[in-house]
Write a protein that binds this ligand. Structure first.
Ligand code: GDP
Length: 396
């Protein structure tokens, strides 16, 4: 008895409909929910297509609902967090709605990004198998291009290793992954936690990962060897909102305590990475070089004085000429600590400064590690987090 949810905002409609078709035909799925960001054109077109299929001579084998997300957060931007939390609320009450014809409360909710082109029934099966084995949470993980996942590596994994080194958090493979499955007791806990319900923006994935670890829920990370083929972003600037919101989510938790107990956490072994992924470049390097010089203000120059002098000097130089070799792992971690103490999410100067610091970090990583090949780059990411985790664990 599972619900599969696809949160969506504006996506390629045939891909979404194809994914709905796959989910509705899975034997463990009782209902599919499309959680829409708003009633935009994409919402109307998808609703129309679902209604037509449902009324046809060949309807879906299970109910498919299209619902606009509720406004659950208060202060933060309404975004994917409201979408996912609205789906959790729908999941809890789905069996009480007569139109769904469900005979018992649903036991598991799965989330999959609506734009996954490589989605197939194996994603659902692996998560279902994990929960049948008794895991509270199953997260999917998959190989990614070495220039992808730079919010995950530089922000979330570094933050987890810095703040909660002796816990399971730094070991979570893809803590911002949107493909995951929760059992009912986890959903109950998440919805009773105001930190989660308030997290209406991109920070929701951080909160789900963190709160599950803090509550000691067992976690299986299921490996999907085919990777996640999905719509690509243009330049790094597209990621600015996500970067700032994911950083602020970690920052909002920095004083929280997580028990360093032996939470059950299994990670499926990964397999050889296909060439289509090892050879892919995830962002436009030339365009990103220009970002370092953009949108400087006098106030950002003032804020720079809070940083160690080598970082100040480096960013000042970068405002004139694309310099980034100063932003190595060590400098990034020192800068990260300054942001943890001072960053303000709704202050545009802080957002822009964090963004440029991160661009310098991503360029540094690209030129020093990605150039030497996929595996060297992945190793450099892992080393950065694991060295930090070890150093902080020993100091704790
Ligand atoms: P990425 O995969 O992390 O780059 O993020 P995407 O932009 O692909 O978004 C992940 C999924 O969340 C996609 O299915 C989006 O359509 C969906 N999404 C993004 N923003 C919102 C939102 O505000 N509300 C809802 N309901 N879905 C959203």
């Amino acid at each position: 008895m599972a619900l599969v949810c696809f949160p969506f905002k504006k996506e390629h409609i045939p891909t979404v409909l194809r994914n709905v078709e796959i989910a509705t035909n899975h034997p463990n799925v009782s209902i599919v929910l499309l959680a829409a960001a708003c009633s935009n054109d994409c919402f109307h077109e998808i609703s129309k297509a679902i209604a037509a299929k449902s009324a046809s001579s060949d309807p879906y084998p299970v109910p498919v609902r299209v619902e606009v997300q509720e406004r659950l957060g208060v202060n933060l931007r309404p975004g994917k967090g409201d979408g996912m939390n609205s789906a959790l609320r729908y999941f809890m009450k789905a069996h009480t709605l007569p139109e769904n014809k469900l005979t018992a409360p649903l036991q598991r909710i799965h989330f999959y990004d609506a734009d996954i082109e490589s989605f197939d029934k194996a994603w659902i099966t692996k998560a279902e198998e994990g929960t049948s084995l008794g895991y509270d949470v199953v997260r999917h993980y998959f190989p990614r291009s070495s220039t992808d996942a730079q919010v995950t590596w530089q922000v979330t994994k570094v933050g987890f290793a810095l703040l909660w080194p002796r816990t399971t958090l730094p070991w979570v493979q893809q803590p911002l992954g949107g493909e995951l499955c929760f059992t009912r007791r986890v959903v109950e806990k998440l919805l009773s936690d105001q930190r989660v319900v308030r997290q209406s923006n991109w920070g929701i994935d951080t909160l789900y990962t963190f709160v599950c670890a803090q509550n000691g829920y067992s976690l299986l990370e299921a490996y999907m060897p085919q990777g996640k083929m999905h719509a690509l972003y243009g330049g790094l600037r597209d990621l600015k909102t996500m970067l700032c919101e994911c950083f602020a989510a970690v920052q909002s938790l920095k004083d929280e305590h997580v028990q360093s107990s032996a939470t059950v956490h299994r990670i499926d072994p990964p397999a050889a990475v296909p060439e289509s992924i090892t050879s892919k470049i995830g962002y436009d390097v030339e365009k990103s070089l220009k970002l370092l010089r953009e949108n400087w203000s006098d106030r950002q120059m003032e804020l720079l004085t809070l940083f160690p002098s080598d970082i100040q000097d480096g960013l000042l130089a970068a405002s004139e000429w694309p310099e980034y070799m100063f932003m190595d792992e060590d400098a990034w971690i020192r800068a990260y600590k300054v942001y943890l103490d001072n960053f303000v999410l709704d202050d545009e100067d802080w957002r822009e400064l964090l963004f440029k610091t991160w661009v310098a970090r991503v360029l540094n990583y690209t030129m020093r590690h990605v150039l030497r090949g996929y595996h060297v780059a992945q190793q450099a990411n892992t080393d950065m987090v694991m060295k930090l985790h070890m150093k902080r664990s020993l100091a704790a």
